[in-house]
Write a protein that binds this ligand. Structure first.
Ligand code: URA
Ligand code: CA
Length: 409
């Protein structure tokens, strides 16, 4: 077997056998296949696709590249969620405590931000003292006793995904549906979840830009789940506008607390939805009944209490959370209606303020970001407050074009 033949076959739209996929990808992880050949294969896959059998083979090779976790402890059902990445997507911080207060267990291994999409681990690191790298024993102990824990992905959880993802990121091959499906599902399966909800983000602030691709990804992750006897559900959710009014690490933690207090915004509804889908899957009850039980956990304060305990257990001190006190108010220049709020535009402002990394060398400023005070459909008058910028040491230069992401007509 040789890599050149494998690349050529895919270039000519042929399909690859399990052994060929294993040879190429395992070989890459073992540094027997160089970057340039893997880059060529990934590009051929991105252009010509993979069929279901190839995608299942790739997922299997991914899973077998590292450790897998088995949940043998008795008691609660294990559920997991995964978002394909968005702007202001703080749902994990709300769904986790909801799941735990509903009596289910969630052992969440999360990632950092990628490009303009935020990562749960970065958000948690904005809390002084918070430990994002629990050792295995503490991680599983906390899941058993509290109901959930969040840790950064273990180094040996699908190590092949780490190297392939990094290569995809810089070779224009991130948007391939079979590559996304195997990347996501291999991690969920290796982490041991039985009931999995995949939240497919669609729109300008997301990896997936068309409804067609979102539907295809949904079909594929469900099929992969079936092959591994996992219960997989998907939701396709709007990422043309930011999910949360707050964008920026500490700001998003504070907004998650607002939602756990019952603030009924888009983030609230989406978090309830995700938690209810998981509950309905795990307990075999209707979605309506699951929703009712989920909302009750916000209303009686138990989800909020669980969040505080989760932060304390992982060493975080919420009282020391820093949101910059240097702010700039941006006001409406004319009367009108908020027609749209572009997620990517909002994320770019947050990035300019220092909330995310644009190069590997960048350092995140957890205290900066923006808060959007208006929602799509709102009527605004000249002079009304549109957004507050929370700025760090340096004030970046902004032009009116930067703020055109809030489109008022
Ligand atoms: N999230 C992942 O984990 N992998 C992808 O390829 C895309 C989104
Ligand atoms: Ca995520």
């Amino acid at each position: 077997m040789n890599m050149q033949d494998i690349i050529l076959r895919k270039k000519n739209s042929g399909s690859l056998s399990y052994d060929e996929i294993k040879f190429a990808f395992e070989g890459y992880l073992n540094e027997e296949i160089p970057d340039y050949q893997m880059s060529a294969l990934l590009m051929a896959i991105t252009i010509n696709g993979m069929n279901m059998s190839e995608t299942l083979s790739l997922t299997d090779v991914f899973i077998k590249s590292g450790d897998t976790y088995e949940w043998s402890h008795e008691g609660a059902e294990i559920v997991d969620k995964h978002s394909t990445g968005g702007v202001g997507d703080t749902t994990t911080l709300i769904v986790g405590p909801l799941i735990a207060s509903l009596g289910l267990h969630m052992a969440k291994m999360s990632g950092r931000g990628l490009g303009y999409t935020g990562g749960t681990i970065d958000k948690l690191e904005s809390i002084p003292g918070f430990n994002v790298s629990l050792n295995e024993e503490d991680f599983f102990e906390q899941v058993s006793s509290l109901g959930f824990a969040i840790s950064s992905q273990k180094d040996n959880l699908v190590p092949l995904d780490k190297v392939i993802y990094a290569l995809r990121d810089v070779t224009g091959t991130t948007e391939s549906i079979p590559l996304i499906a195997s990347s996501i599902m291999s991690k969920k399966i290796a982490a041991g979840a039985k009931n999995i909800l995949i939240d497919i983000k669609l729109g300008s602030g997301a990896l997936i830009k068309t409804q067609e691709d979102a539907k295809m990804l949904s079909k594929w992750v469900i099929a992969i789940g079936e092959a591994y006897k996992r219960n997989v559900k998907t939701v396709i959710s709007d990422m043309s506008k930011p999910l949360s009014n707050a964008i920026g690490n500490a700001l998003e933690v504070a907004e998650a607390i607002n939602v756990l207090h019952g603030k009924e915004c888009a983030l609230y509804h989406e978090s309830i939805d995700i938690a209810a889908h998981l509950l309905s899957m795990a307990k075999g009850i209707s979605l309506e009944e699951a929703k009712r039980q989920t909302i009750a956990k916000i209303e009686d304060g138990s989800a909020l209490k669980c969040f505080y305990e989760f932060v304390a257990r992982q060493g975080g001190e919420l009282g020391k959370l820093v949101i910059s006190d240097k702010t700039i108010a941006v006001k409406a220049k004319y009367d009108g209606k908020v027609e749209s709020i572009d997620a990517l535009g909002a994320a770019k402002i947050a990035a300019k303020l220092g909330a995310s990394k644009l190069t590997l060398e960048d350092k995140i400023d957890y205290s900066v970001g923006l808060y959007v005070h208006v929602n799509v459909g709102d009527i605004v008058k000249e002079g009304d407050l549109l957004l507050t910028l929370y700025i760090g040491k340096n004030i970046p230069e902004f032009t009116n074009a930067d703020f055109a992401f809030i489109n008022i007509v």
